[in-house]
Design a protein around this ligand. Structure first.
Ligand code: AGP
Length: 589
């Protein structure tokens, strides 16, 4: 969840690292810090707060040295304080460390290190790594060996970077269950948790695998496994470009990403036909198809499950990745597990994938980040190709995942007419985006309501869940998504005068029943916000969407819900790009 980056090369490190921190701030943004080595002196600057604010008084950019590490934090162990911010140093201040992940045995390690005389300055699990490195440095001179000895002591998940005052030309990274990638340039090299940290300087990347360390110098990169044996790696050229990470003319990344959807939908549908064929065949042939994902990606998975059942009569199971360990008894060698993920690094999902592979299942995935751990763990993956998604709330990645779900389901049944409608759906998305003024009115009217309900049936239910999730995470209103038929089983008791209810009601087989639900709620005082291609007097507010094939409505009806959450957040003076307590990529369990 934290962002980590390091550089060694010909250039001054601090400006490159500072830029990387700003690029990675979406991964965690409660504290930040940089350590550099100049001569043989290690200097650390860090504090709680946002990167740019801290820089205003600490002046990261003035730090000297051609090697350094930098961290942006999303707290797991220890409060949000200067002491707990990374980098952490050893007692002698000759080793600095930054870390993403959780060291599960940090308590025991800390006790043992304290008994040996080490003095701790923070409440973090990370600080034990710095002291362990110092301890092993008493016996070993070689930085690589010191790191290899240290990883033997650690339990849990980690990606960490270390620099040593005694070895100012070497940057070392170690990875177990948290991502690390190396960016190669002619004038030096980077290691980071995220390619965005160095995308301004290079698109040539080496992805580390689990249980590997990278020993990086200005002109040399060597990879070893945890046993110390050298590992050969390919350099990958990544497709993202620095311009993809700008906000362009938009106030926030989130609104930029919402507005990019006509283009990103086209990109998602541009797929290698051979891969689609292989995916489709595997789905058709498999005894058991299972789907797993978290959060928004799970909602896309619900749509995929519904489409496979409805169109192809393929029964598939779907499990939240965080529940997979408790609910995947049926997974076995005849199972196909489909994982959906924007980042490809979500810890719960990766653990479900590992579990399924152990049981002999085949793993396929639908993801955005090519080269991510999920990508490398999958026998076949389809990329949604939506470019970097920086807003913490998933928007364009959701519609990208939906597009691929439709592409697969229509291909399974060879529905050429719908495939052609799907390829043109971006035009309807453009139409919906024109409803933004209406959505702003609605957001303004209801923004301070304590509770919102989003109601839909059939294919609209996952979108109701997604609309509620967006409003919760961006605007901090309590919101619930639910099936229309479930209202009378309990939730109707909560509807009172003025309660806003978003009713997803385009014309399909759910239309009449949803109107009845809307009437039931209106009779109890609800204010009905109708999202439909057809107006009705029952709606207090009407957000019009164009008429499209009845199966395709989810792809367009989610757009006003994304805009509603975004504008409610802005009107409530919340930062939509960096919602409190959340991070973009949830790499801890
Ligand atoms: C969505 O807005 C959230 N930020 C979150 O639910 C996200 O979808 C979830 O953490 C899964 O992430 P992934 O798609 O990168 O695996």
């Amino acid at each position: 969840m934290c962002g980590i980056t390091g550089y060694v090369g010909e250039e001054e490190a601090a400006p490159l690292l500072y830029n990387g921190l700003k690029r990675m701030e979406y991964r965690g943004y409660d504290s930040a810090g940089i350590a550099t080595i100049s001569g043989n002196q290690l200097v650390v600057k860090k504090d709680a707060g946002k990167v740019a604010e801290i820089n205003n008084y600490l002046d990261f950019l003035s730090m000297r040295g051609k090697i350094g590490i930098a961290h942006t934090r999303w707290a797991t162990h220890g409060g949000v304080t200067k002491e707990n911010a990374h980098p952490h140093v050893s007692c002698k201040i000759d080793v600095a460390v930054i870390h993403n992940g959780i060291i599960e045995n940090h308590q025991q390690l800390k006790e043992a290190l304290k008994a040996d005389g080490h003095i701790f300055n923070s409440e973090t699990d990370t600080e034990v790594i710095a002291h362990l490195l110092e301890k092993h440095a008493e016996k070993h001179k070689d930085s690589k060996r010191i790191v290899l000895e240290t990883v033997k002591d650690l339990k849990g998940s980690f990606a960490f970077l270390a620099i040593f005052a005694s070895d100012p030309e070497t940057l070392i990274g170690a990875r177990k269950d948290a991502p690390l990638a190396i960016g190669i340039t002619r004038r030096g090299n980077f290691i980071a948790s995220d390619i965005l940290a160095f995308i301004d300087y290079t698109d040539r990347v080496i992805f580390l695998d689990n249980r590997e360390i990278a020993v990086v110098k200005q002109d040399k990169v060597q990879i070893y496994n945890f046993a110390g044996r050298p590992v050969q790696k390919q350099i990958t050229q990544v497709a993202w470009e620095a311009k993809d990470t700008s906000k362009a003319e938009f106030a926030h990344y989130t609104t930029k990403e919402i507005h990019e959807q006509p283009q990103t939908l086209k990109a998602a549908l541009y797929q290698d036909q051979d891969k689609i064929k292989r995916f489709v065949e595997a789905v058709k042939q498999s005894e058991h198809v299972n789907i797993t994902a978290c959060g928004t990606s799970y909602h896309a998975g619900l749509v995929l499950r519904n489409l496979l059942a409805r169109l192809a009569k393929i029964r598939s199971g779907i499990t939240l990745s965080s529940e997979f360990a408790h609910d995947a008894e049926l997974i076995g060698p005849d199972s196909l597990l489909i994982g959906l993920s924007q980042s490809g690094e979500t810890a719960d999902l990766l653990s479900a994938v590992a579990d399924a592979k152990k049981k002999g299942a085949e793993v396929f995935s639908i993801l955005n980040v090519v080269g991510s751990t999920l990508d490398r763990e999958s026998a076949l993956s389809l990329s949604i190709n939506c470019g970097p998604e920086i807003g913490v709330a998933a928007t364009k990645s959701f519609t990208g995942q939906l597009a691929i779900a439709y592409l697969l389901a229509f291909s399974v049944v060879d529905d050429m007419r719908r495939l052609s409608e799907l390829r043109n759906i971006w035009k309807a998305v453009e139409e919906v985006l024109k409803q933004e003024d209406k959505v702003v009115d609605v957001a303004d009217k209801y923004k301070d309501c304590n509770d919102f309900y989003f109601v839909g049936r059939g294919l609209h239910l996952p979108i109701a869940l997604e609309g509620a999730l967006k409003l919760k995470e961006l605007a901090y209103n309590h919101a619930e998504g639910m099936a229309g038929g479930e209202l009378k089983h309990g939730t109707l008791a909560l509807i009172e005068e003025g309660t806003p209810v978003v009713v997803l009601n385009p014309e399909d087989e759910t239309y009449d029943e949803m109107l009845s639900n809307a009437s039931e709620m209106k009779a109890r005082g609800a204010r009905i916000i109708g999202v439909s291609n057809k107006p009705n007097q029952i709606y207090d507010e009407f957000i019009e969407i164009p008429k499209v094939d009845k199966l395709l409505y989810p792809l367009i009806e989610v757009i006003p819900l994304q805009m509603l959450a975004y504008h409610a957040a802005v009107l409530r003076k919340k930062d939509p790009d960096y919602p409190r307590n959340l991070a973009k990529s949830v790499t801890v369990k």
